[in-house]
Design a binder for this molecule. Structure first.
Ligand code: PEP
Ligand code: MG
Length: 540
């Protein structure tokens, strides 16, 4: 039995057989034009198949790939090398790598993602050229564990998503496509597993997506396991039984309010990135949406969504929520999330740069359009605005001034505006956390963005695989800071919630509730489990 530790990025337990991606032969191609055209066709097919299997949001990456494939800049390095007489295969290898490297160098999450995209496209080009196609061995109805050095969205287009039970990879951060997909599919996933070469097709694995533990069972002759390994196997089986029991208990909880074991009500909401996340979600036990990450509408496209497009998108959300609470976070870009058409200035330290509210205050017209689109979409319904990355009261005041202007404009144009719209901020910088009392009476509510708060407090990149231990919410500094915010807010009567991932960790949520938290917003895949956790928590 081999026992390894990677980084758990999508919660859950799975045991099953491994499937590794392999390649099958197809027709070899000889010119760049042919390869390019085949890649465009292939991404079109992958768009369709992924849309069918996983929905439009997850398929959209292939539309972004098509934009890239039609952009001459993608091929600049390749063509230069071809002009110098280099072989096509090597020119693709070097040309794409050069381009990907320029994104690596920018060292932030969103840019690293672009490097990953370009390397994925490079792989596709090289496969086409060599007449190879990634293939996948179908396991029939059995749940399987996909193991790979790394996975590209292209791989998701061909695998059997329905029976995918878990993912283990060597490369890929928490926000790589593969890990985002794992969380969306609600299956356990582990990244950073350096021993991936030791795992082969058909091996039997146990995977714990919360701790990152991976156990490979070595079978002796006639499929027997070594006697000394039996107790490890037994303990995993026990873990599984408990997990299944808890999942069933979570599903069987009566719908309705969420109350702790000693009778205190806790508001539970969901974090979303767009209307797709609300489809087929039972909202009956939820307060509503505690964090709508609007930036997803602005990413992976050629131009800014205009007022009309934003309005249509927001309207879908209002309609799906049918009167439930909606907290809309205004555009949170810059830093990790770059948007090519906005021509953001190059920064040495983008995470410490013009991001979130800093960006929208510098470009008030963007914030105005977003606020106006929200008001028209709301048609008099109420909602809340949440400002990201706020450091100071002045930033909040400036945003409120813009809000006032936008409300006046909409009202003058005959729009109906709810009198109950509230404006709050996320607490994700130590500055805002330590001075949270200064926001009392100015912000209507605060929500703790523990993901960024941990990063800035611990001075540790939230994407770093190596620094993962520093980002644990159980770090004393993080606990003290979150506690401070909750206590001050409760004392001074300002509503406080948690919308970062710490709120989706069972024991941590219980700890927060014991320390005064009464409102939390978690990702969709955590909703059922957190209802159970709340029902077990005790306040006193
Ligand atoms: C956070 O930082 O905790 C948060 C909720 O925002 P995001 O993860 O989108 O940065
Ligand atoms: Mg954040």
């Amino acid at each position: 039995m081999k026992n390894w530790n990677g980084i758990g990025v999508s919660d859950g337990l799975i045991s099953g057989r491994v499937v590794r991606m392999h390649k099958v032969q197809t027709k070899k191609l000889t010119s760049l034009e042919q390869v390019k055209q085949s890649c465009i066709d292939r991404t079109g097919e992958l768009y369709e198949s992924t849309k069918e299997k996983m929905g439009k949001t997850h398929a959209e990456v292939f539309l972004a790939y098509q934009l890239l494939l039609n952009d001459p800049k993608l091929y600049r390095g390749v063509n230069q090398r071809l002009d110098q007489g280099m072989e096509l295969e090597q020119a693709i290898e070097e040309g794409f790598e050069e381009l990907a490297g320029t994104f690596d160098g920018l060292s932030n999450e969103y840019m690293r993602q672009r490097a990953e995209d370009i390397r994925g496209l490079k792989k596709m080009h090289l496969d086409m050229l060599k007449g190879e196609k990634p293939a996948f061995q179908d396991m029939g109805e059995r749940k399987y564990i996909l193991a790979a050095e790394e996975l590209t969205p292209m791989d998701f287009g061909i695998i059997d998503v329905e029976n995918l039970g878990g993912i283990v990879v060597k490369n890929g951060g928490r926000f790589s496509h593969a890990m985002i997909m794992a969380r969306a599919l609600n299956i356990p996933a582990v990244t950073g597993l350096t021993q991936i070469e030791e795992i082969h097709n058909g091996d039997e694995l146990f995977v714990d997506g919360s701790t990152g533990e991976v156990v490979m069972v070595e079978l002796r002759e006639r499929g027997r396991i070594a006697p000394e390994d039996q107790h490890i196997l037994d303990s995993w089986k026990q873990k599984f039984r408990e997990r299944v029991k808890r999942e069933e208990a979570a599903k069987n909880l009566p719908k309705g309010r969420n109350v702790t074991a000693d009778g205190k009500e806790i508001e539970l909401s969901v974090n979303i990135s767009g209307p797709e996340d609300l489809k087929n979600l039972d909202l009956s036990s939820l307060k509503g949406v505690g964090l709508y990450r609007t930036e997803y509408l602005f990413l992976d496209r050629k131009e800014m969504p205009d007022l009309r497009e934003q309005q249509e998108e927001y309207e879908k959300i209002f309609d799906l929520l049918n009167g439930k609470e909606l907290i809309v976070r205004t555009l949170d870009i810059g830093g990790d999330k770059k948007v090519p058409y906005l021509k953001l200035q190059k920064e040495e330290n983008p995470f410490l740069g013009v991001r979130g509210i800093r960006f929208t205050l510098k470009h008030p017209e963007i914030l105005e359009t977003q606020m106006e689109a929200l008001l028209w979409a709301a048609k008099g319904r109420t909602f809340s605005i949440m400002l990201p990355m706020v450091d100071t009261v002045e930033e909040l005041e400036q945003a409120k001034e813009i809000w006032g202007r936008v409300c006046k404009k909409v009202a003058e144009a005959g729009g109906v505006i709810s009198p109950d719209i509230r404006i709050g901020i996320t607490i994700e910088t130590p500055a805002a956390a330590i001075c949270v009392d200064m926001f009392v009476g100015k912000a209507d509510f605060v929500s703790i963005g523990s993901n960024d708060l941990a990063q800035y407090l611990m001075a540790a990149d939230r994407e770093s695989v190596e620094l993962d231990h520093l980002l644990s919410p159980w770090q004393t500094a993080i606990m003290r800071m979150i506690q401070h915010v909750i206590w001050i807010c409760n004392e001074r009567g300002m509503k406080v919630s948690v919308c970062g991932e710490a709120g989706g960790e069972p024991e941590y949520l219980k700890y927060l509730i014991r320390n005064g938290l009464r409102s939390v917003s978690v990702s969709r895949s955590r909703v059922d489990m957190m209802r159970l956790v709340i029902s077990e928590a005790v306040v006193e």
